[in-house]
Ligand binder design. Structure first.
Ligand code: TPP
Ligand code: MG
Length: 383
């Protein structure tokens, strides 16, 4: 068995010199991506502080280092393409457009959080932004991703509710590769032509076990999707332009053909698995190797030196604005109330479509979800 550490080596500079699809993107798109990645980085820094101060409880997994993965893949698809992920989910929520204050309040367990404080860090949901969680059981989101893809086809082909072809982005960690649920889901997706893209955010480790120790064919993961007749690609997840160059045409093709896909997205997390991880399984040098190719630095350098659309001062200003935005989110979370136990314990648990059908209709109905409330207000003001 090999125990070689993950390698930061990917496409050579020579390979990258050729014309790239992302070169055609306007400056404003890349500036927005930079901003989104910086927002996630700052958000996670404040999350770690709040967790250390015991303001956030439960399990908490930060996304620092992996920012380009969520921002780049979500940036390559349409807003109404459904997204579902595992528990390291703050980055996906913010990349999908969740207001940081709802995200932070959720972690604080407050009623103003995206799941009314009942989900916490691992359960970020945002229906108006087509984000279907945040799931804590390793691999549990993978059959749900197949289901979301099935729903998009059903809505179009059976209900004729739309004529738009959609794809579902279903993220998983490398540790989920060995869960039976994923293999059942991939088999069904291959069999039923479900447009779900399984995106493995391969950061080289499950909790503390390197992928080489725990997974067969770790250096050739595409063999796994091959076994189900599913097309696969491998992408450098530390360079957002690489992600767009390769993921965008891949996703467009799958959308068009309404077929599943599989992506081995090579990335790295800079901090421990969760907030209580002594990280004895890896060296500081290995972490440094990836940090030297940090996705935010790489994009900022490109915007400053190649595109000449960002100055050092503008970059610093952006950092300042984001710090203020996240500070505000923290204050919002701190100032919000905890859910009222009587009103909230049983609400949002079961859907009772027919009042009187079961005793559950007697349970008190809790507060309206703040995200849905905001979306309704927006709709009303647009009418
Ligand atoms: C079914 C199941 N088994 C075990 C766990 C405990 N657990 C939580 S995270 C994790 C490691 C998963 O690693 P990976 O999928 O690579 O995701 P990463 O944390 O690297 O993002 C494990 C074993 C769990 N939550 N669910
Ligand atoms: Mg992992």
């Amino acid at each position: 068995m090999t125990t070689a550490p993950p390698s930061a080596q990917v496409a050579s500079d020579e390979e990258k010199k050729t014309k790239r699809l992302s070169d055609k993107l306007p400056d404003k798109t890349l500036l927005k991506w930079l901003r989104d990645m910086m927002l996630i980085r700052e958000f996670e820094t404040r999350t770690m502080q709040a967790y250390s101060n015991a303001q956030i409880g439960g399990f908490c997994h930060v996304y620092t280092g992996q920012e380009a993965c969520a921002v780049g893949t979500i940036g390559s698809v349409e807003h109404d393409d459904p997204v579902i992920t595992a528990y390291r989910d703050h980055g996906h929520a913010l990349a999908r457009g969740m207001d940081p204050k709802f995200c932070m309040a959720e972690m604080y367990g407050k009623i103003t959080g995206c799941a009314k404080g009942k989900g916490g860090s691992m359960h970020m949901f945002d229906k108006p932004n087509h984000l279907y969680g945040g799931h804590g059981i390793v691999g549990a989101q993978t059959p749900l991703g197949a289901g979301l893809a099935f729903a998009t086809r059903y809505e179009r082909e059976v209900m004729e509710a739309t004529d738009k072809k959609r794809v579902c982005l279903c993220y998983l960690g490398d540790g989920a590769l060995n869960q039976g649920a994923l293999h059942e889901a991939m088999n069904l997706a291959g069999l039923l032509d479900l447009p779900v893209i399984y995106i493995v955010e391969n950061n080289g480790y499950s909790m503390g076990t390197s992928i080489a120790r725990g997974t067969t064919m770790a250096d050739d993961l595409l063999k796994k999707s091959d076994a189900y007749g599913i097309d696969g690609i491998e992408i450098d997840g530390m360079d957002i332009r690489d992600i767009y160059d390769e993921f965008k045409p891949f996703a467009d093709d799958l959308r068009d053909r309404q077929r599943p896909g599989f992506v081995n997205l090579i990335t790295y997390r800079y901090h421990g698995h969760s907030m209580s991880d002594p990280q004895k399984y890896r060296t500081k040098d290995e972490v440094k190797e990836f940090q030297e190719r940090d996705s935010i630095d790489v994009l900022a350098k490109h915007l400053m030196e190649d595109r000449d659309c960002l100055s050092e001062d503008e970059y610093k200003e952006m950092q300042k604005e984001l710090r203020a935005e996240v500070r505000e989110a923290v204050k919002f979370a701190e100032d919000s109330e905890f859910p009222d136990v009587e009103a909230e314990l049983y609400s949002d648990v079961f859907l009772n479509p027919m009042a009187g059908l079961s005793p559950s209709h007697d349970y008190p109905i809790g507060e309206e979800n703040p995200i849905l409330e905001e979306a309704e207000e927006k709709d009303d003001s647009e009418d």
